[in-house]
Design a protein around this ligand. Structure first.
Ligand SMILES: [Zn+2]
Length: 248
């Protein structure tokens, strides 16, 4: 159910290297009180504990997506809720992760490198989140989750070509990690506002990876991480949703 929805809305892109942070397709049944939050929680039987979230970086690093960049995208969520606390972000082999998660029952979320297919529509997926139940089957965004993983595009070219500054490409990488960690915390893409006066935020043109309209300022917006549609720091909207979901 958690399907990557590739950039099918992306039209008229000038370059296949334009990137889109994409992710989970919203399922029809939205969560109870807030459409910007996924339903469900982590199974009580799952080793994952929100009060001690550790991350295993497994073959996800490249010249831009350094361990420090990944750490920055994770720890930026710290301090937003006393219920959501972060531990370590460290390199691990898949074997080591599996042992520590399944045998030692440590609260670890893998961040893995992934070769996303190149799209014909011009967009490239930079990251996605996939969740599983106890049997390892993929489950939907509003389901209870047993395990969850973040996949990051392992092709350095996907993050930008050499004509784009390294600073810009690193910002994309950081924003992407921040965004995907938000999904791990069961935050969804913000709903579109009714009008420009209803929400202070960004007017997405429709060519930026999302449906045209006004959106709150948020890390969780859909779009290219190379513009300000996706915030570069946790916003009030992001933080409020996190606390609405898990507590202050
Ligand atoms: Zn997303």
């Amino acid at each position: 159910m958690i399907r990557l929805r590739r950039s099918r809305k992306l039209r008229g892109l000038i370059s296949v290297f334009m990137a889109v942070v994409m992710v989970m397709q919203m399922v029809a049944s939205a969560s109870a009180h807030n459409s910007d939050i996924f339903g469900g929680t982590y199974f009580a039987a799952s080793p994952i504990s929100l009060s001690q979230l550790n991350f295993a970086v497994i073959n996800a690093e490249n010249s831009l997506l350094t361990l420090n960049v990944i750490r920055g995208g994770v720890f930026v969520w710290g301090g937003q809720s006393s219920r959501v606390r972060f531990g370590t972000v460290e390199r691990m082999t898949n074997t080591e992760y599996t042992r520590r998660f399944t045998v030692n029952r440590e609260s670890i979320i893998p961040i893995v490198g992934h070769r996303f297919p190149t799209t014909t529509g011009g967009g490239i997926v930079l990251g996605e989140v996939v969740a599983q139940n106890q049997n390892g089957a993929e489950v939907g965004v509003n389901s209870n989750w047993y395990s969850v993983e973040i996949r990051l595009n392992s092709n350095p070219l996907a993050w930008g070509v050499d004509s784009i500054s390294e600073t810009t490409r690193r910002q994309r990488a950081t924003k992407t990690v921040m965004h995907e960690v938000g999904h791990v915390l069961k935050l969804a893409h913000p709903a579109r506002g009714a009008s420009s006066s209803s929400i202070i935020g960004h007017n997405v043109s429709g060519t930026s990876g999302g449906v045209a309209g006004w959106y709150p300022r948020a890390v969780m917006n859909v779009g290219f991480p190379n513009n300000n549609v996706i915030a570069s720091a946790i916003t009030a909207h992001d933080g409020n949703n996190l606390r609405a979901k898990w507590g202050a």
